[in-house]
Design a binder for this molecule. Structure first.
Ligand code: MG
Length: 274
């Protein structure tokens, strides 16, 4: 894949030049914030926050954070006024000018998720390091801190409990490359749908945006697809296990994402980029 710092940057610069409005959409974990052993310890750099603030300060730019995390968490982790937050894979979206979207099927999904999270928690409670995170509209089973020999046991137990739902078509289970298993109800949003909703909203209140999406995981593929369909630029951070991806460009690490955000911020302020 071509590097975001060379060919990718050419495409981004040209896109920004031609666009009436630009949407910079990004995932959080593994993209803005380096992956850490405990998800609650994840932090983005202060310089990234300043750059996002500068970008969103230009009325011809919008910024969206698109994440599997819960709304209150992502607001705390990325405290920048005026950005769109798409939480829980887009089940919940908050944005500027009182924009608020809640997936209508969310309540049914919540009760499904609550009982399944309870069962999963019981099922892996004897395995050290396994953590079941109930995010209300989805579940993450973290096994980053599980001893390697026990990881397959975690997977088997999750599979045993989720197989009926998968067969019935009520849930999807995805093993990401983040050492975690994601359980998401099927009648819900994904990141691609979330970005589509945000693009529609910006078209209504501003102008038709030209989009960029930055992500690092299989859960970001929907985002890459939508951005590609809109003639935008998609960037995959290749942190750990490079995967086949629909993204057009690659970043070697979150550091390269910081560099790109710095350049976009400079351009958005009419300054030369370095
Ligand atoms: Mg990620």
């Amino acid at each position: 894949m071509k590097s975001v710092l060379t060919r990718g940057w050419e495409a981004i610069r040209m896109g920004i030049q031609r666009a009436e409005h630009v949407l910079v959409a990004t995932d959080f974990d593994g993209t803005l914030a380096p992956i850490v052993a405990l998800p609650k310890m994840a932090r983005m750099a202060e310089s990234d926050r300043q750059n996002l603030k500068a970008i969103v300060g230009n009325p011809e730019f919008s910024v969206a954070i698109v994440t599997g995390r819960r709304m209150e968490e992502i607001r705390r982790l990325v405290p920048v006024d005026g950005v769109y937050y798409a939480a829980n894979y887009g089940m919940e979206i908050d944005g500027p000018n009182s924009f608020r979207f809640r997936e209508p099927t969310g309540e049914r999904a919540q009760s499904l998720i609550a009982s399944l999270a309870f069962e999963l928690d019981k099922a892996v409670s004897d395995i050290g390091g396994a953590v079941v995170e109930n995010k209300k509209l989805s579940i993450t089973v973290h096994h980053r801190n599980v001893e390697p020999k026990w990881v397959s046991v975690v997977s088997q137990r999750v599979k045993a409990l989720t197989d009926p739902g998968v067969s019935a078509g009520t849930i999807r289970v995805r093993e990401g490359n983040r050492k975690a298993i994601e359980v998401v109800p099927t009648d819900t949003n994904d990141k691609g749908k979330a970005i589509g909703l945000i693009l529609d909203r910006i078209s209504e209140v501003r102008a038709r945006p030209w989009p960029i999406y930055l992500g690092d995981d299989v859960m970001d593929e929907g985002g890459f697809r939508v951005v590609n369909d809109h003639g935008g630029v998609s960037v995959l951070v290749e942190n750990e296990n490079p995967v086949a991806s629909q993204a057009q460009f690659s970043a070697a690490s979150t550091t390269e994402i910081s560099q790109i955000l710095g350049r976009i911020a400079a351009v958005s302020q009419g300054q030369p980029w370095r």
